[in-house]
Every structure is written in structure tokens, then in C-alpha cells.
Design a protein around this ligand. Structure first.
Ligand code: TYD
Length: 222
């Protein structure tokens, strides 16, 4: 049986990574084989592209070129990690995916929907997520958290944009959640993290029924 593909999306500092880790752990305790990954990156080839994108080296080439690089990295990530894992019955939990390109490059970068849709057609194939959690947190709180986490390090290509950029970004993510309610769930991320984790788990059970997933060899042997 093919595994389920779950993605986490949202603005900077919204707690995606924390929640993705918590969900992967919970699935693993149920004996489900889980692959945790992230974008940009997630496969050796895509990690190289990640470096080019987040260092800002591709910025001079414009948003369309950046969007193409995100899509190229995604195609490699899908081919070499995500699709084979799903076909092996594993569940895949990914920190950021295609909605980040829609929002950062499509809406904020003004690449526009026809262009982004064309890239999705080329890079995604059957690789659409089964379930996407969009973590929603006021931009000022998210940026403060991202700043705290970073310490003295320099902000990356996108963290260094201003507050209005990050507010528009949240708005664009909310818009996706509203347009695609079958795939997406908007999660209020301005709450204690354990409560968010519990909500996410409840929704995964309701929508994807992990209790019916095949168990791993380790679980059967226990
Ligand atoms: P990362 O260091 O992974 O941080 P986080 O996910 O915690 O914000 O940075 C990834 C950055 O790349 C982030 O600012 C969003 C941006 N991004 C895009 O602009 N387009 C994309 O398609 C993806 C996947 C990410």
C-alpha cells in the first residue's frame, strides 16, 4: 500500500519543523515507517540547489529563475526520495513543499499563477501531498522567533525581507488553505506547541487513518 505524503507550510518561525518532527515521531511509535525531509533540499542534488537559493546567489537572475531552481530541486527530491519512499509504503513528512513556491515566488515574487502552474506540471507528476498543514502565526511573532533561533547568524535570502512581505506571505498561505480545503488545514500556530501537536495528530487520524497503515518489520517483531 502506498504511504501518505504530509507537508508543513507557513511563514518564518511558525513552528513547522517542530511540528513535522513531532508528527514523524508519533507515526513511528505506531510502527509506521516514516521518512522526514525538507525543502528546499531533501536529496543530495536538491541540497546543492538549496545552497545556491538561500545564499541569494540566484537572486540577480530574477524570480522566474529562482522558481525554476526550486522546481528542479523538487523534481530531484521527488524522483530520488519521496516517490520511492511512498511506493515502499513509507509515510513522508516534508517541511515545506510546493505551496512555498506558490507563495514566495508566485505571489510575493510575482512570477504569477500560469508560470507556477506550468512548473508544477513539469516537476510534480503524481507527487501532490495528501495532506498539508498550514501553520498560521502573526508575522511579527514569527520573525522574532526566527531571529531568536538564528542568534548572531545572518538572515537568509527570505528572512531579510520586511514585515509587510511576511504579512503578505501569511495572507497568501491562508488563501491556499481556503481554496483547497480537501488537502489543506489551516492551524492556529499562536498557541502552546503541545496543543498544536495534539490537533495535528487528531486531524491526521481523521483524514488519513494511520491505524490502517501496514506496520514495519520492527513493530511486528515487538
Ligand atoms: P529554511 O532555512 O528551510 O527555513 P524555514 O523553512 O524554517 O523558513 O528556509 C527556506 C526558505 O526558502 C524560506 O525562507 C522559504 C523559502 N522557499 C521559497 O522561497 N520557495 C520554495 O519553494 C521553498 C521550498 C522555500
Amino acid at each position: 500500500m502506498r504511504g501518505s505524503f504530509i507537508t508543513f507550510e507557513g511563514g518564518e518561525g511558525a513552528g513547522k519543523s517542530t511540528q513535522a518532527v513531532a508528527l514523524a515521531k508519533k507515526l513511528a511509535t505506531m510502527g509506521i515507517g516514516v521518512v522526514s525531509t525538507r525543502e528546499p533540499g531533501g536529496s543530495p542534488g536538491a541540497e546543492l540547489v538549496r545552497h545556491v537559493l538561500l545564499s541569494g546567489a540566484a537572486k540577480p537572475f530574477g524570480t522566474d529563475a529562482e522558481a525554476m531552481l526550486f522546481a528542479a530541486a523538487r523534481a530531484d527530491h521527488l524522483d530520488t526520495l519521496i516517490t520511492p519512499s511512498l511506493e515502499n509504503g513509507k509515510w513522508v513528512v516534508c517541511d515545506r513543499f510546493v505551496d512555498s513556491t506558490r507563495v514566495y515566488q508566485g505571489v510575493l515574487g510575482k512570477a504569477g499563477w500560469p508560470f507556477i502552474k506550468g512548473l508544477e506540471k513539469l516537476s510534480l507528476g503524481e507527487g501532490s501531498p495528501n495532506l498539508t498543514f498550514i501553520l498560521d502565526l502573526p508575522a511579527d511573532i514569527g520573525l522574532a522567533r526566527a531571529h531568536e533561533r538564528r542568534g548572531e547568524g545572518a538572515p537568509d535570502r527570505f528572512e531579510s525581507e520586511n514585515l509587510a512581505f511576511h504579512e503578505a506571505l501569511n495572507e497568501a498561505f491562508r488563501d491556499i488553505a481556503q481554496r483547497e480545503p480537501d488537502r489543506c488545514v489551516l492551524v492556529d500556530a499562536n498557541r502552546p506547541k503541545d496543543r498544536i501537536t495534539a490537533d495535528i495528530w487528531r486531524l491526521v487520524r481523521k483524514r488519513l487513518h494511520p491505524e490502517t497503515a501496514p506496520m514495519t518489520i520492527e513493530e511486528i517483531a515487538r
